[in-house]
Design a protein around this ligand. Structure first.
Ligand SMILES: NC(=O)c1ccc[n+]([C@@H]2O[C@H](COP(=O)([O-])OP(=O)(O)OC[C@H]3O[C@@H](n4cnc5c(N)ncnc54)[C@H](OP(=O)(O)O)[C@@H]3O)[C@@H](O)[C@H]2O)c1
Length: 395
């Protein structure tokens, strides 16, 4: 590729401005932004108006632009932009996990058909280099599990609740003000955002391509004061954990709030930081930690992808092509804490066994073992008064 890259950027919000900042403070890469396509031309911008356009074609039809950087917060428009760019054989960098997760198979086909690279390191854990590591470094290692905190916004909220006694809505408001939350915060608090990231990780870790609806997710929006008190009594914190792991040739995956005890590495991952624990047959346990949200940190991952394009890097999807014979399963036994009020109770027949049952005027809860397949279809889960936490034994 042309070593003096001309970039056409879509989006100049938190991440778009972050990319602009890091690009202008980095000497090692020869790349310049030629045009930025935005949605609302009436907004005041911190850089010269000549950069901006509202016409996609001004970027997509410009033969001088080699790389399209997609940093918008809409899914359908983002997919149209990325597909059109790949069809024009322009390399693409994106941070849009929702768009990537919802269109993974089509994006794979487009990359093959037009022999054009599509890189998306920033989509997973913002500043932590996850995808390229899974693709290249862990190529020959027999990975057994990847798990961690993949959402900076909910980790920021949970840390504030546990460390500073803040209320949920206050902490969410702060996360939004600081640019850690998605434009639609339900993507974070309902654990959709980490599920999209986990879907991408599953491809690069285990060669499994799923649809978002195949992965069970449960957010932190049901959390009650009683659950926080219970976690404190156990000397634990609550973290929103995304996990995929392989047992024999079966791979399971989920995103759920979990009790994480003081001695666990993930307990120390605080505020907007993300943390990822990898286990492999030969490398054993490894831990990555870094900022999982924010303009400059996400912008730095985007810039790293742009830099990788200068040496013609592309994902080879090695695990997909290795024909690893891994199959996806929901058949996994989990230990769960479930809190409920007097009116709505979990169906105890869904549990294989119940080890603790506590009912009092202040709170009701049980601890028991349940199969993930059963949990994923349980109607009682949707009751706002019911909330679940994985116990420490599932890490
Ligand atoms: N924020 C983070 O920490 C973070 C971390 C990792 C990944 N991401 C991902 O990065 C992407 C951008 O996030 P963000 O936080 O930067 O969003 P944001 O602050 O809300 O900015 C979105 C930008 O996209 C532009 N836009 C929206 N629809 C458009 C369209 N149809 N055509 C052209 N421009 C359009 C907006 O234009 P106007 O300025 O005119 O409104 C705005 O500049 C998302 O996919 C997000 O999931 C974000």
């Amino acid at each position: 590729m042309n070593r003096n890259i001309k970039l056409g950027v879509f989006g100049f919000g938190c991440v778009g401005q972050g990319l602009y900042n890091v690009l202008h403070q980095t000497r090692g890469i020869s790349a310049e932004i030629k045009k930025i396509c935005i949605k609302h031309p009436e907004k005041t911008r911190p850089i010269d108006a000549s950069f901006f356009t509202t016409s996609r074609d001004e970027i997509l039809n410009d033969p001088e632009i080699d790389v399209v950087v997609e940093l918008i917060d809409e899914v359908d428009a983002a997919f149209e932009i990325v597909s059109a760019a790949l069809r024009k054989k322009k390399a693409v960098v994106s941070a849009n996990k929702k768009m990537i997760a919802e269109h993974f198979t089509e994006l794979l086909e487009l990359q093959n058909q037009y022999a054009t690279p599509f890189l998306y390191e920033a989509s997973c854990c913002a500043s932590i280099p996850v995808i390229r590591n899974l693709e290249e470094y862990y190529d020959n290692d027999l990975l057994t599990s990847v798990q961690g905190i993949l959402n900076g916004s909910t980790n920021y909220i949970l840390t504030h609740i546990f460390e500073n006694g803040k209320r949920f809505d206050e902490a969410l408001h702060d996360a939004q003000k600081l640019g850690y939350a998605e434009s639609d915060p339900s993507l974070d608090v309902k654990a959709l955002d980490p599920k999209y990231k986990l879907l991408i990780i599953l491809v690069h870790a285990f060669g499994i391509v799923l649809k978002p609806e195949n992965i069970f997710n449960y957010g932190i929006d049901h959390l009650k004061n009683e659950d926080i008190r219970y976690a404190r009594e156990k000397n634990s914190r609550i973290k929103l954990i995304a996990k995929c792991a392989k047992i024999d040739n079966k791979v399971f995956a989920y995103v759920m709030p979990q009790l994480v005890s003081e001695s666990d590495t993930l307990n120390k991952v605080a505020y907007e930081y993300n943390g990822l624990l990898l286990a492999g047959a030969f490398s054993e346990h490894q831990f990555f930690m870094g900022k999982g949200a924010g303009g400059n940190s996400t912008g730095s991952a985007v810039l790293s992808d742009i830099s990788a394009l200068t040496y013609d890097y592309r994902y080879e999807y090695k695990k997909l092509h290795q024909q690893l014979n891994h199959s996806y399963t929901l058949d996994k036994m989990l230990e769960l804490y479930v809190s409920y009020n007097g009116e709505f109770k979990p169906d105890i027949h869904d549990f294989e066994n119940i080890s603790v049952r506590h009912e009092s005027a202040e709170c009701n809860y049980l601890v028991g073992k349940i199969n993930l397949a059963k949990l994923a279809t349980a109607n009682w889960l949707n009751e706002p008064s019911i909330s679940i936490l994985l116990t420490e034994n599932n890490l």
